[in-house]
Design a protein around this ligand. Structure first.
Ligand code: TXA
Ligand code: MG
Length: 355
């Protein structure tokens, strides 16, 4: 299949958007930008389109898709009973990077929800996404537009790397603004629960619904803890290299990583380092990449997945990353980083000996 490239980096040509919408309405797949990551879109109400999404991504079909809408009124036909809490959260955070899980109506095929009786719904704020949803008939199922197991795409070129020749079109809308997938909150139980941390933090949600909680699986860093969102159990975001996160005071972290890098280089390994802007210059050896500035957390979120992809391209054997426990986005950033590292996280050595 020839994948069409639609450039919408400097405006949305109406005829091209109409063609993209037609592809969706006819059951095809179009990758498109959102404010979080690029999505791989198909008609959410068409079971065949959902099956195509699973197969293009190589994704297990028991892992449900998020249904994207552009208008609040479009929520009602796909949800069995819209809870009051959903309307409050929508008022505060939609359009934006928040996904809500509710009980689905019969209109939503089980293929889209991975066999569940619930449905995940999000109203993105990215203008290209909103126009595509409207042009495509109102309901677009879209997982992140990566091959299953690779980091989510934050640029159209990432989508091309993974899905060229497997989908009908890719809309290039430039780099995304956030770089981490949406926050997911489950509204189907008595107490709303955050199933995936994201840009919308627990504190922001609690300002609207004071009793929201984190999924208990996040309160432990235990790899065996079972999150409720089916997708959170798979090994995700994984770079090819073996990755280790080092936690602790900055000086200890730098010293610990430097020692490990020297040792690995001597053993003939190719080594990558992910550092904050404040400490990147402290690493004399290895391939150092600056994730971003701890004072501007969003820069770290935006760069993270691209860095993991770049290291795959460069072909390093091991990666050491500083921890990024920043105040607002730290929870979401560390959640992704810990998964990329396959839960390999160590405490920095506090002793100066052996330097
Ligand atoms: O930011 C985002 O949410 C992006 C953009 C494209 O909108 N989409 C995205 O989709 O990250 P995906 O498929 O990569 O992740 C969806 C997550 C998976 O972990 C899935 O298991 C969970 O949402 N999910 C979807 N429907 C669910 C449901 N009914 N119950 C529990 N978890 C659900
Ligand atoms: Mg994904």
């Amino acid at each position: 299949m020839q994948t069409r490239w639609m450039d919408m980096t400097s405006g949305i040509p109406q005829d091209e958007m109409e063609e993209a919408g037609e592809i969706i309405r006819e059951g095809g797949l179009v990758a498109f930008p959102t404010e979080t990551v690029y999505g791989l879109g198909g008609n959410a109400l068409d079971p065949q389109a959902s099956m195509k999404i699973y197969s293009a991504k190589g994704r297990p079909s028991d892992n449900p898709l998020i249904v994207h809408i552009a208008e609040l009124k479009d929520l009602y036909p796909i949800v069995a009973d819209v809870p009051e809490s959903a309307l409050k959260l929508a008022e505060a955070f939609w359009p934006g990077p928040l996904t809500m899980i509710m009980n689905r109506s019969q209109l939503v095929p089980v293929q889209t929800t991975g066999g569940l009786d619930t449905v995940a719904v999000r109203m993105p704020s990215h203008e290209v996404a909103r126009e595509l949803i409207r042009a495509g008939g109102g309901y677009i199922a879209a997982p992140s537009a990566n091959t299953s197991g690779r980091p989510s795409p934050t640029k159209a070129s990432h989508v091309k790397e993974d899905l060229d020749g497997r989908i009908d079109a890719i809309i290039d809308g430039g780099d995304v603004g956030i770089g981490l997938e949406s926050t997911i909150v489950d509204l189907t139980e008595d107490i709303p629960v955050v199933l995936r941390p994201g840009y919308i933090s627990l504190e922001m949600l609690q300002d609207v619904l004071p009793h929201v909680q984190m999924d208990r699986a996040f309160l432990t860093r235990d790899a065996a803890a079972r999150p409720k969102a089916p997708g959170m159990k798979y090994r995700h975001y994984a770079p090819k290299a073996q990755m280790t996160i080092v936690e602790g005071d900055s000086a200890d972290v730098i010293r610990t990583i430097r020692r490990a890098v020297s040792r690995d280089l001597q053993a003939g390994k190719r080594v990558g380092i992910i550092a904050g802007a404040d400490s990147a210059a402290q690493y004399p050896e290895g391939t150092v990449v600056t994730a971003g500035d701890r004072q501007e957390e969003i820069t770290i979120a935006m760069h993270l997945y691209g860095i993991l992809r770049d290291f795959d391209e460069i072909g390093v054997d091991v990666i050491y990353s500083e921890a990024f426990d920043t105040p607002q986005l730290g929870g979401a950033i560390m959640n992704r980083l810990i998964k990329a590292a396959g839960h390999q996280i160590i405490q920095a050595d506090t002793s100066e000996e052996g330097l």
